[in-house]
Design a protein around this ligand. Sequence first.
Ligand SMILES: [Zn+2]
Length: 415
Amino acid sequence: MRIIYFLLCLLPLSLCAQTTYLLKPDRVFDGETSHEGWVVRVKGDKIEAVGATSSVSSAGAEIIELKGTTLLPGLIEGHSHLFLHPYNETPWDDQVLKEARSLRTARATVHAQKTLLAGFTTVRDLGTEGADYDDVGLKQAINQGIIPGPRMMIVTRALIATGSYAPKGFSADIDVPQGAEEADGQDALIKAVRRQIGKGADAIKIYADYRWGLMAEARPTYTIDEIKLIVDVAKSSGRSVVAHASTAEGMRRAILGGCETIEHGDAGTPEIFALMKKNGTALCPTLAAGDAVSQYRGWKKGQEPEPARIREKRVTFKNALNAGVTICAGGDVGVFSHGDNARELTMMVDYGMTPIDVLRSATSINADVFHLVDRGRIKAELLADLVVVEGDPTKNIADLSRIRVVMKGGTFYKR
Ligand SMILES: [Zn+2]
């Protein structure tokens, strides 16, 4: 019997993963609301039923008692870079210039595993940062079961205006490799968007502003017409565009150009956030990245007053909340340690959101904004991507790091 089972499991996973489980936590956060006493029935790779104990059959299921826990949809990381590692280990410039792609890929496989075991069953990975199309192969390796990792939504190389995203400090006589693909103007942009899609991009990422040239502060890069063109070409294939933007003008162009999410948004003004609300553009605030970078630059968090950059970020984030902007959850993880993704969610509470709103952002809202219709909620027919934590993170967000169970597509990765 055992041998037959083993042989069957050489078949595609979907054919042999028909095991049925009944998970019995204290409560279920379904992506929107918390329900005391609910249970979840999983069959194969899908959620089969969810509801009060009396309404969900236990027939034929392995029953898993999870006293003292909360079950949630698998968390969705809205902004990762699996091909980067923390800048206090190696500065970004050196990762791009001195680390071979083979080294970066080896690291990325470890980062993928750490992310999944932290309860993040999906990542929107926003650029390989000089590692070409290597996210395509990483995603395939995870999907083929070669290595454990989250489901990946990828953007491959990302797009930048020529010369705008490079390691700094080099003579103008030297052509330095950039952290993304340079493309400008009508024909080159159309080609670059289509090439990235052809190679495997699920969405297109652009840098709408950056610190470029000899000026120290960020300035806009693409013109609004260029952004509109990128969005048109991406949209015609059913893909969305996401924009890195930290200046008010970069944000304004990205919003009016049709980008669906703004990453960072550090210098957003009340007027810009009102424009985001009006256009339905979501903000991915990446609070943890700025916090980490400030500490790498010497700020002793908890011992010294917050630097200006952090104080300003608190104000702009509050302004975005006041304007009613849709908030995604994404930390720019890679700048800080993979597997420590929940740091962003903790900081969102610290910066003014309620724990339950943060959990909505990291599950149903991220799924909606990223067009991932098969996940982000605990609901029949959706993928059995779920995480069980001790305690109740809808009350105490720190409980998110007390992971008991991680399941992706009906398979346990931590139990
Ligand atoms: Zn990033």
